[in-house]
Design a protein around this ligand. Structure first.
Ligand code: NAP
Length: 246
């Protein structure tokens, strides 16, 4: 059976690097995006130009109907899904907790937690339908362990939920041969910080990281693709930190 991967939020940043690395590893890739069709299209073109298979599919992971359509369209275009990377995520505004309003926090949890859970549900239903021992990698953050005081404790809390969910779901479906893993990246050079309203964070944070630098998206993508592979066949229900020593 051919390897078919959905990467949520695969058009930019860490997700784009994962889509490209997985394609190099032989996956046909569904590059999901929310708004930036151009960026997702460029990832698809790069994969196709190298002889790979890819499609761009718009879907808001926070909308269950969109998630159902994402999985149906992927299967129609590429075949049954064998792997999922839940990468789509937002920080909301980078600010102290008392300045973070309810609507913004609800959006962070809708996308980072409920959306991720809905994608897992769709993936498990699809694996079961086709008798596939699939694999899921969720993207958390080192914020889950640090708590990110003063920056975005709401976001850190959403990522802690992702890690607890990975642990429980991984153990629940392990007897079916399905693996569920999590990668917690440290500070990585993408647009997420600028979008949260604090583009200078990366430069400020670097001296406090043991390796004295932030990550490039490709340095997060490589361990994610390795976890998807049979090389990690005895790993499930755990989080791997990729944080330069953090
Ligand atoms: P990014 O550059 O801002 O990219 C985010 C991606 O998620 C985009 O492709 C975006 O789609 C997509 N997305 C956002 N909301 C979505 C939704 N509702 N439905 C579907 N897709 C959606 O972010 P990044 O830094 O690469 O972050 C990727 C993941 O890594 C996130 O889960 C983030 O929390 C985590 N992470 C990042 C860092 C870091 O320092 N960068 C550190 C730790 C963890 P559009 O292109 O259509 O907008």
């Amino acid at each position: 059976m051919s390897k078919v991967l959905i990467v949520t939020g695969g058009g930019r940043g860490i997700g784009a690097a994962i889509a490209l690395a997985a394609a190099r590893d032989g996956y046909a890739v569904a590059v999901n995006y929310a708004r930036d069709a151009h960026a997702a299209g460029e990832v698809v073109q790069t994969i196709r130009a190298a002889g790979g298979q890819a499609v761009a599919i718009q879907a808001d992971v926070g909308e269950p109907a969109d998630v159902a359509r994402l999985f149906a369209d992927t299967e129609r275009a590429l075949g049954p899904v064998t792997a999922l990377v839940n990468n789509a995520g937002i920080t909301g505004r980078i600010t102290r907790f008392m300045e973070a309003d309810h609507a913004m926090i609800a959006d962070v949890f809708r996308i980072n937690v409920l959306g991720l859970m809905e994608c897992c549900r769709a993936a498990l239903a699809s694996f079961q339908r086709h008798g596939i021992a699939g694999v899921i990698v969720n993207i958390s953050s080192t914020a889950a362990a640090s708590g990110s005081a003063g920056d975005y404790v709401h976001y850190a809390a959403s990522k802690a939920a992702v890690e607890a969910f990975t642990l429980g779901l991984g153990r629940e479906v392990a007897p079916q041969g399905i693996r569920v893993l999590c990668v917690a990246p440290g500070m990585t050079e993408t647009e997420i910080h600028e979008r949260g309203g604090d583009g200078g964070r990366l430069q400020r944070a670097a001296p406090s990281i043991p390796m004295r630098r932030v990550a490039q998206p490709e340095e997060i993508a490589a361990p994610v693709v390795w976890l998807l592979s049979p090389a990690a066949s005895y790993m499930t229900a755990t989080t791997v930190t990729v944080g330069g020593g953090k």
